[in-house]
Design a protein around this ligand. Sequence first.
Ligand code: ATP
Ligand code: MG
Length: 281
Amino acid sequence: MQNVIGIDAGGTLTKLAYINEQNEMDFEIFPSNDFSKVKNWLENHPHIEEIGLTGGRTKQLLNVLKTMKSIQYLVEFEATFKGVKYLLNKNGYDIENAIISNIGTGTSIHYMEGYSHIRVGGTGIGGGTLTGLSTIMTGVSDFNEITSNAALGSRENIDLFVKDIFQGMEPPIEGHLTASNFGNVSILKDTKYETNDLLATIQGLVGEVITTLSIQFAEEKKANEIIYIGSTLTNNDHLKEVISNYTILKKHKPVFLDDCGFTGAIGALLNKVEQSHITQP
Ligand SMILES: Nc1ncnc2c1ncn2[C@@H]1O[C@H](COP(=O)(O)OP(=O)(O)OP(=O)(O)O)[C@@H](O)[C@H]1O
Ligand SMILES: [Mg+2]
């Protein structure tokens, strides 16, 4: 199995999953706007002979790789589902039906039941929105800088909470719920906005839109758990907290998996291994 690799060429990031010399699954990430880095990596690992591929930029990657290696393509949703099943199993989860929200560049939402799955919807609000809005509004474009600074920020003066509207009254819904993301800006005029506060508020917007939609599908499908995956959650405890708090408030169970950015690459790897076993005597 060490001669096989799974590659997920996503909208923003290309993820690699492979088995290292210690016989453990290992991962690499490259930006999808520079496939020569993936090509170099493969050239530096000549023992890899078989590639499982998935992701929307598969064709663009193949145009750069021009490889003679044995390739097996798997559609993205299948690869992601295979990867999710693998990670659930590895982490000891026994979940029969759940919503899977894949927060990639955009967000794709799926319903899984046993070994079957369907796409139920999605939104253009995702990791690309987080980095895009952060760049335009604060000048901070580095993902790790965005997430670590967001964790230090406060949403208080930028978001409008239910309690801000119902001052001195008993609100009809929980007071700390967001009434309007960024809604305080037009009310508290001429306030100076700190970078960290803006970043925290952008994460709030992205996380709450995704959670709201995921909860609606969970209720429609009568699923208790919502499994949130995608590289947008990598080292992003602040976003996980936004998502987790809101999901729990709405009486559903959020599930976060380690290595959740690599589900597509893991699925492509596992699929290639299975195919090789079928085709090779
Ligand atoms: N090192 C990084 N560089 C840039 N973005 C990162 C990085 N790590 C995490 N991210 C975040 O992850 C997001 C991409 O997530 P992911 O890799 O799951 O999507 P994708 O597969 O590229 O896109 P899609 O599935 O929508 O085609 C980025 O938009 C960004 O918010
Ligand atoms: Mg993806």
